[in-house]
Design a protein. Structure first.
Ligand SMILES: [Ca+2]
Ligand SMILES: [Ca+2]
Length: 236
C-alpha cells in the first residue's frame, strides 16, 4: 500500500512538472560586431531571457542576467548581460574549466527528436571557451571536440580579480557558425525548433550560485538535464 502511494505521489510529481520555456530566435536585422557589447540595433529587436535561481541552497548573491539570441545565414548569436559586483576569473586557456570562474553557458541540442547528445559552450569573463559534446545519460563529455570558427568577446565594466572594489557587470557576445551542427541537424529555417539551456555561474566559493533559463528541476545544482532544455523557435 505504501508503495502504491509512493508511486502515485511520484506520478503526480512528474505530471506536475512545469513546461519548458520557449523563445523566438529572430533573424538579425543588421550585422553584429562581436566585441562583447550587445549594442547593435539588431539586439534591440531580440526578446530577452532573464535567468532564474532554482537552488536556494546556494548562498551567492542573486545577480541578474539577461540573455538574447539572434540568427542569420552564417551563425547563431548569443549575448549575455551580467550584473556583477565582483568580477573574478582565473582560467586563460581553451578548454580550461571556465565554469569555475564568472562564466556563462549555452547547451545546444539541434536534434530535438533525441535528448542524448548536445553541444556545450562554457565561456568565462576573460572570453575563454570550454567547448565539448556531451552524451547522456552518464555525463560522457568529449572535451577534445572543438567548435570551428567561433567568435567570442567580452566587455568588463569593473575591475577583473580586484576583490575589494565594487564592479558593475560584464557582457559577452558569441557567434557560432552553423557548420558545427551539420553532423546532427540541417541549417535552421523559419519554423525550426532546437533545444537549449542557458546558464550562469557566479561568485567565488563558498558563495557561488548558478542561474538558468529553464529550471532543470534537480535537487542539487545540475544543468545537464537535456529533457528540461527550453525550446528555441527560429522565426523570420
Ligand atoms: Ca561575479
Ligand atoms: Ca573542446
Amino acid at each position: 500500500m505504501r508503495l502504491v502511494l509512493l508511486l502515485a505521489s511520484l506520478a503526480a510529481t512528474l505530471c506536475a512538472q512545469p513546461p519548458v520555456p520557449r523563445y523566438e530566435v529572430k533573424r538579425a536585422s543588421s550585422s553584429i560586431v562581436i566585441d562583447g557589447k550587445p549594442d547593435e540595433k539588431a539586439w534591440a529587436a531580440a526578446g530577452t531571457i532573464e535567468l532564474i535561481f532554482p537552488w536556494d541552497s546556494q548562498t551567492g548573491a542573486k545577480q541578474k542576467t539577461i540573455a538574447r539570441l539572434l540568427w542569420d545565414d552564417n551563425n547563431l548569436y548569443v549575448s549575455y548581460e551580467c550584473e556583477d559586483a565582483d568580477i573574478v576569473a582565473t582560467h586563460t586557456e581553451h578548454d580550461d574549466p571556465t565554469y569555475l570562474d564568472d562564466a556563462v553557458e549555452i547547451f545546444i541540442n539541434p536534434l530535438p527528436s533525441q535528448t542524448s547528445v548536445y553541444y556545450g559552450l562554457e565561456m568565462n569573463v576573460r572570453a575563454v571557451l570550454y567547448d565539448y559534446v556531451m552524451y547522456q545519460p552518464g555525463g560522457h563529455l568529449f572535451r577534445q571536440f572543438d567548435l570551428r570558427g567561433v567568435q567570442l568577446a567580452t566587455y568588463i565594466d569593473g575591475t577583473l580579480n580586484a576583490r575589494g572594489d565594487k564592479d558593475k557587470g560584464w557582457s559577452l557576445e558569441v557567434a557560432i557558425p552553423w557548420a558545427n551542427f551539420d553532423g546532427l541537424a540541417g541549417r535552421p529555417e523559419p519554423g525550426t525548433v532546437w533545444l537549449a539551456n542557458i546558464n550562469r555561474w557566479d561568485g567565488v566559493e563558498p558563495n557561488r550560485r548558478m542561474s538558468n533559463w529553464s529550471d532543470p528541476l534537480q535537487p542539487n545544482p545540475n544543468p545537464h538535464v537535456p529533457a528540461r532544455f527550453g525550446q528555441l523557435a527560429f522565426v523570420k
